[in-house]
Ligand binder design. Sequence first.
Ligand SMILES: *Cc1c(COP(=O)(O)O)cnc(C)c1O
Length: 416
Amino acid sequence: MIYPTIQTEDPAVYEIMKREEQRQKEGIELIASENYVSRAVLEAMGSTLTNKYSEGYPGKRYYGGNEIIDQVESLAVERAKQLFNAEHVNVQPLSGSPANLAVYMGLLNPGDKVLGFSLDQGGHLSHGHPLNFSGKLYTIIPYFAEKETEVIDMDKVEEIALREKPKMILAGFSAYSRDFDWKRFKAIADKIGAFTFADIAHVAGLIAGKQLENPVPYFDVVSTTTHKTLRGPRGAMIMCKEQFASAIDKAVFPGVQGGPHDHINAAKAIAYGEALKPEFTNYAAQIIKNARALATALQGKGYRIVSGGTDNHLMLVDLFGSKQITGKEAEKCLEHVGISINKNMIPFDPRKPMDPSGIRVGTPAVTTRGCMEKDMQTVADLMDEALMNRSDENKLTEIKEKVKQFALRFPVPGVE
Ligand SMILES: *Cc1c(COP(=O)(O)O)cnc(C)c1O
């Protein structure tokens, strides 16, 4: 019991919180964007720092009483600079989408052309979805993965960039399992004088953990969420070259946001401190090892992995192509047994977004709980068993119990 006061003061909310905690403990979490934060990060998020208003930046606030809050924000900034080798960092963005809004606002005018990874192939909503601010306010030119390889061909990206001359090139993704060639993106942008913007929301922890190449030294601006592989509180930050510092800071505040969430900034400082420790490098390496092991195990059972494998923490499984199961059916069936994944479009998906051909599967959360490569075989076995028995209610109940017994072997940090 870790919420004794809520239990007595507000049993209704307490009940819900305990049930969710139970779900997190008894299930296998394979959603690629999720993770379990440390107890220290949880404590900071529940702290009295939430009581303060501190519009502005350290040393230049619009409210009094910020001498101490300044220290926590500055500490977060200093640690982030060290972690990513950044010239300037703004830790105030409340989440990934508002961070990206601030980047667009800081560098562009409405209507400007942006080259971004096609959404139905793995780009994020904030990279140009027609209902998102990005698609409404800017002219988005997509680049694609190749049909045969399902990998981005940088020569094609260059061809599009030279033809369209976008004002900004956005490199980043939410559902792509191959490494991004940051240097090549930068070289292409330099040929046409475009700004370079990397959105490393998904892979920030793998970069901080020194397993993937870091775009921060090459790119003008880099945004990231802090709650995915980086394993911090729900939030985001923007890193940039000194020359863009003022434009980015003004775009975040007063451009997009009011007061920062100081309790979250304290939690960010803690998470960055954790990521600076040598153990975090092992964690990041294990995430990738586990993703490769899981991809191999699923392939061994006849599932087709998009592009043939993974270089990072996630993979796309072409369920419809290899097993005639739709992404929606799979999501529902796996949810039923306590395995969380999400349905996802695959490149050149013949099916619709609400019931696509694929699922996205990732290993950051199970790796935090201590799963190793050999456990990925068990995870693949359980997934396959559930999917193959998806219309057998009794069998699914049995599998749910097996999932629970497996999951309970691995403690959830922050809870146990
Ligand atoms: C998750 C994600 C975001 C948005 O994060 P939110 O915090 O959910 O707004 C932005 N960009 C990419 C590439 C992401 O994967």
